[in-house]
Design a binder for this molecule. Structure first.
Ligand code: HEM
Ligand SMILES: *[C@@H]1O[C@H](CO)[C@@H](O)[C@H](O)[C@H]1NC(C)=O
Ligand SMILES: *[C@@H]1O[C@H](CO)[C@@H](O)[C@H](O)[C@H]1NC(C)=O
Ligand SMILES: *[C@@H]1O[C@H](CO)[C@@H](O)[C@H](O)[C@H]1NC(C)=O
Ligand SMILES: *[C@@H]1O[C@H](CO)[C@@H](O)[C@H](O)[C@H]1NC(C)=O
Length: 343
């Protein structure tokens, strides 16, 4: 039985939560990115203007992922790169025109699947011309490709983004965090986008699917301190994992043609193994290992090994990532093709 006093306590608690939420909004707003501009996003933005849009997107994506499961990792990473450079505005999809575009910048190594995004966009355009943005197509493709093996959406995607008109390789270089980064650098890079420490740790769990190129982590394996012998490896690596990686990669630091699964054994499965591996010091990049060097982050790594906890947190963090610097309302445009601005 709920007494009046308990009801009162409950109300007080709710008010406290609401006040805390308000503080969070003000804080995120003052950092200039996510929350303030995300006002125009909502679930089912196309419900009236293009009711079939999300079904069409899912159908095309699932079709392609069925034959090419690696696409899920491509789209998840592409969405991250899009959002971190100029906000989630599909700038990552533009081809180079007058200048060099983001997709041609150095951190692009494994960006791929552009043609499938264009195929989804074309299918949606046939249904409702000029209504659904490329930025939303990418947000949906990231969710639907990762969700394919579950047969149901793993997270909710807000829509209503509009497309930008600028894409620059220099901005990609300036905004995409480097895999050699230490914890304070990563934290600064995420907070510059209005994301918190928890988002950094949770979203790094994206590395539970996909691959990495050897040259991006070989400095940890060969000649780490200049002694140049087989045991001269990064001491933050699990020794047997280091030997495994040494066996995969060519013995020089420039091997950009060999790839290794980031979560060997389940690199296609969107699970919480990333955090289990990480705890066992089997994170591929310096930026992964860095999450164990901060007490708060390491405590989260422990919690996120539970698959339900991971998915629960991932839903929230990717929603926040999807709000970074979005164009809504009358800003930007709805591109006709994702690779070029409208003429
Ligand atoms: C914390 C900062 C991050 C750094 C430094 C980082 C770095 C990298 C690097 C270097 C690769 C390998 C690329 C290659 O060799 O082809 C990679 C792959 C990947 N990243 Fe991240 N990443 C970060 C955050 C994220 C986030 C937030 C997500 C999405 C939620 C993400 C999703 C992925 C995925 C899915 C792949 C695999 C791509 C593929 O298989 O083609 N990463 N990341
Ligand atoms: C990635 O960038 C390089 C130049 O750094 C470029 O040659 C290559 O075509 C780019 N890849 C994609 C998919 O655009
Ligand atoms: C990341 O943060 C560091 C430290 O503030 C800064 O020097 C660096 O330019 C940032 N890099 C990116 C890619 O945002
Ligand atoms: C190993 O590292 C040292 C110090 O950075 C460097 O002088 C040497 O050339 C490196 N050796 C190889 C084989 O890369
Ligand atoms: C890989 O390395 C070779 C040799 O250093 C270079 O010519 C090539 O452009 C690199 N490829 C990529 C995709 O970076």
């Amino acid at each position: 039985m709920v007494t009046k006093k308990q009801e009162g306590n409950k109300l007080a608690l709710l008010r406290l939560v609401a006040a805390a939420a308000a503080v969070v909004v003000v804080f995120a707003g003052s950092s200039g990115t996510a929350a303030a501009q995300a006002a125009g996003l909502k679930k089912g933005f196309y419900k009236k203007s293009c009711p079939k849009a999300e079904d069409i997107a899912r159908r095309v994506v699932w079709n392609r992922v069925a034959g090419n499961p690696e696409l899920a990792a491509k789209f998840l990473r592409m969405f991250f790169h899009d959002c971190f450079v100029r906000g989630c505005d599909a700038s990552v999809l533009l081809d180079s025109a007058s200048g060099t575009a983001e997709k041609n910048a150095a951190p692009n190594l494994s960006l791929g699947g552009f043609e499938v995004i264009e195929e989804v966009k074309a299918a949606v355009e046939r249904e409702c011309p000029g209504v659904v943005s490329c930025a939303d197509v990418l947000a949906l493709a990231a969710r639907d490709s990762v969700s394919y093996q579950y047969g149901a959406a793993l997270w909710e995607v807000e829509t209503g983004r509009r497309d930008g008109t600028v894409s620059s390789d220099q901005e990609a270089l300036a905004d995409i965090p480097a895999p050699s980064s230490a914890f304070p650098v990563l934290l600064a890079n995420f907070s510059a986008k209005g994301l918190a420490l928890q988002d950094l740790v949770v979203l790094s769990g994206g590395h539970t699917i996909g691959i990495g190129h050897c040259n991006l982590f070989s400095s940890r394996l060969f000649n780490f301190t200049g002694k140049n012998n087989p045991s001269d490896v990064d001491p933050s690596l699990n020794p047997s994992y280091a030997r495994f990686l040494q066996g995969q990669c060519r013995r020089n630091r420039n091997d950009n043609s060999t790839v290794v699964a980031m979560d060997p054994g389940s690199s296609l499965s969107f699970d919480s193994h990333y955090f289990v591996n990480l705890r066992a010091r089997q994170g591929m990049f310096t930026s992964d290992a860095a999450l164990l060097t901060d007490g708060r982050a390491a405590a989260l790594v422990d919690k996120l090994q539970d698959p339900d906890v991971f998915l629960d947190h991932f839903k929230n963090s990717i929603k926040r990532m999807g709000q970074i610097g979005v164009l809504t309302g009358g800003s930007g445009q709805i591109r006709k093709r994702c690779s070029a601005v409208n003429s």
